[in-house]
Design a protein around this ligand. Structure first.
Ligand SMILES: Nc1ncnc2c1ncn2[C@@H]1O[C@H](COP(=O)(O)OP(=O)(O)OP(=O)(O)O)[C@@H](O)[C@H]1O
Ligand SMILES: [Mg+2]
Length: 228
């Protein structure tokens, strides 16, 4: 599903920062992987590269058979829309749109018909247990509910790859547990490949494999026997 070969990412700015150095790794279809590491170790940078939100300075990234580094911006964004969904720590919901409209956004962008959108929105809201909240605004929801809306929005395109940056980072233990259990269910039922950045060992233990980053390098990569 994902192959990285000798990937390096350097940010130019006032001072040059090398966020990733020589990352080589493969993630198979259907794996559920946790990425951990100290703050600044390059976790979000890695996730952004995997999601095609940014390009590596050098090295190759192949996602679902496609070399992302070789694509232009337009092709990359088309590819991203169909193959990859993203869950952010801070939810990134549109405050003026109702839950159902937030969830429908990726399909609107893809030009899907309104009948199909209505059907799919109903399906994914049910999947995350929010069918009774479809007319609410994000402000009217709890943090855990907002994250479930973000997950519903990620699910709606049926993308085979789900990337999550600290999906439980803003939630208390109980709400975080609900989100983790939802991700595990998605993984089991849709065989979605999930890559999740987390600071939380408990969240990582929901995964089958743990990749540890330190100073932009892979420090450890091992099976941890969680998941399913
Ligand atoms: N847009 C940017 N421009 C310059 N430097 C950046 C940029 N984004 C990240 N960095 C730097 O790259 C390094 C890795 O950042 P990254 O956000 O990937 O870390 P992280 O592991 O996700 O940390 P955290 O756990 O705090 O979210 C850091 O030193 C950071 O300061
Ligand atoms: Mg980060």
């Amino acid at each position: 599903m994902l192959k990285l070969h000798d990937v390096t990412k350097t940010y130019d700015g006032k001072s040059e920062v090398t966020a990733l150095t020589g990352i080589t790794l493969t993630i198979e279809p259907g794996e559920m992987v946790a990425i951990m590491g100290p703050s600044g170790s390059g976790k979000s940078t890695l996730l952004n590269l995997l999601g095609g939100l940014d390009v590596p300075t050098s090295g190759a990234i192949v996602v679902a058979g496609q070399d992302l580094a070789k694509e232009n911006e337009k092709d990359r964004s088309l590819f991203r829309r169909s193959k990859i969904s993203y869950i952010f720590q801070a939810y990134h919901l549109m405050p003026t749109l109702k839950v159902s409209q937030n969830v429908a956004l990726p399909l609107h962008l893809a030009g899907v018909s309104s009948g199909e959108i209505t059907r799919k929105v109903a399906r994914v809201l049910q999947e995350v247990g929010l069918e009774t909240r479809s007319n609410h605004l994000p402000d009217e929801l709890s943090g855990g509910e907002r994250q479930r809306v973000a997950i519903a929005r990620a699910l709606i395109t049926d993308a085979p790859l789900l990337l999550a940056d600290e999906p439980t980072g803003n939630l208390d233990t109980a709400r975080g547990e609900e989100v983790l259990s939802l991700l595990r269910t998605i993984h089991r039922e849709h065989n979605t490949t999930i890559v999740m950045v987390t600071h939380d060992h408990h969240a990582a233990s929901a995964c089958q494999r743990l990749i540890k980053l330190r100073d932009g390098r892979v420090e450890g990569d091992s099976a941890i026997g969680g998941g399913k």
